[in-house]
Design a protein around this ligand. Structure first.
Ligand code: COA
Length: 389
C-alpha cells in the first residue's frame, strides 16, 4: 500500500493507482467554491443563481478579480477601461489575414493571445497593477478577436465596437453586424457569468501551472486556451451541437441514442468530474434556452436537447452522471445565430476572467507545481550502437 501526499491531505492508494489528480488539493483559493453533491457553485461567496439573475458580466469580473462587488464608480471605471481596450491591434489584424480561412477559431485565439503578449510593451511587467491591466485588456480583446476572425474568414466587414455598451452586447453586435435584441443580450451576459469560473478546472489549472514558473500572464492564458480546446473540456459544447445537427429532428432522437448506446459512445454534455448532481449552470441555461427558442420561434434545438436528456438521464443517474454546462448552452447559442465552432471561443471569452483572477491569486502567493509520477518503465538498459539494434 502506498500513499500520495497532496498539499493538505493524504490520499490512500491501494488497488487503484490515482490518475487525473482527482481529490488532490493543490492550492488554497478564495475565488470559487463548488459543492458537487448538492450542485452548488459560488463565486467569492455569492451563489451563481443570484449573480446570473442580478449581476452583469462586468460586475462579476470585478468581483472575481477583487474579491468584492464594485461600487457604482468602480464599475464605471472598469467599463471605461474595457471600452478603451475594445480595439484591434493593426499588426494582429495583418497576421490573422495571413492564416488559412479554415483554421480552427480556438487555434486562432491561442495564436492571437500569444501575439497580444508580443505586442504589449508591459507583457513582462509582473507587478499586480500591470497584471490587472492585462486582465482587463484580454477580457475586452478576446471577444473582438473571435468576431474579427469570423469576419476575416467570411470576407465580411466587422462593424466598430460600441465602447459604451456591455461586452455581451458588443459580442452579438460585432458578430452579426445587427442590433441585438435585449433578451438575447441578457441571456448572453448570463451565459458569460455562468462560464466565468469553475475552481481548478483543467484550463485554470494549466494557467496556474504556467504562472507558477513565473511566466507572464499572456503565456498562462495561452496555455489555458489550449487546454480549454479539448472535447472533454470546453470543446464539449461544440460536440453537443454536432450531435444535435446529426440527429436533425426530434423524432430521430430515440434511434440516435440507441446507436450511441450500442457503440458505447459518450453522450457529450453529460457527466462531470465534480458534479454528481445536475450542474447548476445547466439548470439556468435550460430555462434560458427554452425561452430564447420560444421568442425566436425556433424551439427544435431545445426540444431535441430535452429529448436526449429524457432518454439518457434515467440510464446514468445512478452513476451520478447529469447534464453539465455545455448541454443547454449549445441550443441557446444556436438560436442566437452563433456558428458552432465559435462556442468554445465564447467559453474562453468568459473564462478569461476566471483564469486571470486565479493568475492574480497565484502570483500573489506563488509555489511551483511539480507533481511526481509512478515510474513503471524499464531500468538498467545499456545503450547499443544503432547498427546493433
Ligand atoms: N456519457 C456516457 N457515459 C459517461 C459519460 C457520458 N457523457 N460521462 C461519464 N460516463 C461514464 C464513463 O463511461 C465511465 O463509465 P465506467 O465507469 O462504466 O467506465 C464513468 O461514467 C466515469 O467516467 P469518466 O470519464 O472516467 O469520469 P471523469 O470524471 O473522468 O469524466 C468527463 C468527466 C466530463 C470527462 C466525462 O463525464 C465526459 O467525458 N463527458 C462528456 C464530455 C463533456 O460533456 N465534457 C464537458 C465537461 S463540463
Amino acid at each position: 500500500m502506498t500513499w500520495l501526499k497532496g498539499n493538505s491531505k493524504e490520499i490512500k492508494m491501494s488497488d487503484k493507482k490515482p490518475s487525473g489528480l482527482e481529490d488532490v488539493v493543490v492550492a488554497q483559493s478564495s475565488i470559487c467554491f463548488i459543492d458537487g453533491k448538492r450542485g452548488q457553485l459560488v463565486y467569492r461567496g455569492y451563489d451563481i443563481d443570484d449573480l446570473a439573475e442580478n449581476a452583469s458580466f462586468e460586475e462579476v469580473a470585478y468581483l472575481l478579480w477583487n474579491g468584492r462587488l464594485p461600487s457604482q464608480s468602480e464599475l464605471d471605471g472598469l467599463k471605461a477601461d474595457l471600452g478603451a481596450a475594445m480595439h484591434f491591434p493593426k499588426h494582429l489584424l495583418e497576421l490573422l489575414k495571413e492564416l488559412p480561412f479554415d483554421a480552427s477559431p480556438m487555434r486562432v485565439l491561442s495564436l492571437a493571445t500569444a501575439a497580444l503578449g508580443i505586442l504589449d510593451p508591459d507583457a513582462d511587467d509582473m507587478s499586480p497593477a500591470a497584471n490587472r491591466k492585462k486582465a482587463i485588456h484580454l477580457m475586452a480583446q478576446l471577444p473582438i478577436i473571435t468576431c474579427a476572425w469570423h469576419h476575416i474568414r467570411n470576407g465580411t466587414l466587422m462593424p466598430s465596437p460600441k465602447p459604451e455598451k456591455s461586452l455581451a452586447y458588443n459580442f452579438l453586435w460585432l458578430l452579426n453586424a445587427l442590433e441585438p435584441d435585449d433578451y438575447a443580450v441578457d441571456t448572453f451576459d448570463a451565459a458569460l457569468i455562468l462560464h466565468a469560473d469553475h475552481e481548478l478546472n483543467a484550463s485554470t489549472f494549466s494557467a496556474r501551472v504556467t504562472a507558477a514558473t513565473l511566466s507572464d500572464l499572456h503565456s498562462a492564458v495561452t496555455s489555458a486556451i489550449g487546454t480549454l480546446k479539448g472535447p472533454l473540456h470546453g470543446g464539449a459544447n461544440e460536440a453537443v451541437m454536432q450531435m444535435l445537427q446529426e440527429i436533425g429532428e426530434v423524432e430521430n432522437v430515440p434511434h440516435y441514442m440507441e446507436t450511441l448506446r450500442a457503440e458505447k459512445k459518450k453522450v457529450m454534455g453529460f457527466g462531470h468530474r465534480v458534479y454528481k448532481a445536475k450542474d447548476p449552470r445547466a439548470v439556468i441555461l435550460e430555462r434560458m434556452s427554452e425561452e430564447l427558442g420560444k421568442r425566436a420561434g425556433d424551439t427544435k434545438w431545445f426540444e431535441m436537447t430535452r429529448a436526449v436528456e429524457a432518454i439518457f438521464q434515467p440510464t446514468v443517474a445512478e452513476k451520478g452522471i447529469f447534464p453539465n454546462v455545455d448541454f443547454y448552452s449549445a441550443s441557446a447559442y444556436q438560436v442566437m445565430g452563433i456558428p458552432r465552432d465559435l462556442f468554445t471561443p465564447i467559453f474562453a471569452c468568459s473564462r478569461v476572467v476566471g483564469w486571470t483572477a486565479h493568475l492574480l491569486e497565484q502570483y500573489a502567493n506563488n509555489r511551483l507545481f511539480r507533481p511526481s509520477s509512478d515510474y513503471v518503465g524499464e531500468k538498467g538498459l545499456k545503450y547499443a550502437p544503432i547498427s546493433q539494434r
